[in-house]
Ligand binder design. Structure first.
Ligand code: COA
Length: 148
């Protein structure tokens, strides 16, 4: 089940975040994003055991959505949860008349790059040293078919 993120989910989100990234977002970062109800559209994937197994955070600005963060609990990867989250996001943003979804991903992050390409995202640019010296970001984009 995928639902909108609330403050009740933050502790579980933080556990996934910290086990997924070298420089994890802080609790304040997640809290501020959830509070930014004008632009922030965030979702969690709730497993059968009622725990948060994955999350996705991003900003919708007029007709563009920027995916800022997505992660799946390491014990539940390669079970199509990330894929389902992106399908859900695409459905939601289509309903909200979004035309483009964009995101940055480390050029070293093969898993995420495979996932994004499988959903129809394509590379549109490189941001050199975006994460740290020598760790470039690839900017990916996808146009929404029905809203284009
Ligand atoms: C990237 C991430 C979200 C993928 O989530 P997931 O639920 O494991 O992915 P899925 O099971 O939905 O995979 C869908 C497809 O993506 C690709 N993929 C996912 N993980 C992969 C991996 N480790 N290696 C290669 N391809 C991978 C495959 O094409 C896969 O399809 P397949 O399993 O039929 O081959 C997950 O690995 C993660 O949380 N990583 C850490 C956080 C992160 O890097 N987030 C992205 C920041 S930009």
């Amino acid at each position: 089940m995928i639902v909108q993120t609330t403050h009740d989910h933050i502790d579980e989100i933080l556990m996934i975040e910290r086990s997924s990234f070298n420089r994890p977002w802080s609790m304040t970062h997640f809290t501020n994003d959830i509070n930014r109800t004008d632009i922030s559209y965030n979702y969690v994937y709730i497993g059968d055991n009622k725990t948060v197994l994955a999350f996705l955070f991003g900003y919708k600005i007029i007709d563009e959505y920027h995916l800022n963060n997505i992660a799946v609990n390491p014990d539940f990867r390669r079970r199509k949860i990330g894929s389902n989250m992106l399908n859900y996001l695409i459905d939601q943003m289509t309903k909200l008349c979004v035309q483009t979804i964009k995101l940055e991903v480390s050029a070293r992050n093969e898993a995420a790059i495979h996932l994004y390409k499988s959903k129809g995202f394509y590379p549109v640019g490189i941001r050199n040293d975006y994460y740290s010296k020598g760790d470039d970001a690839i900017l990916f984009s996808m146009e929404m078919k029905s809203n284009g």
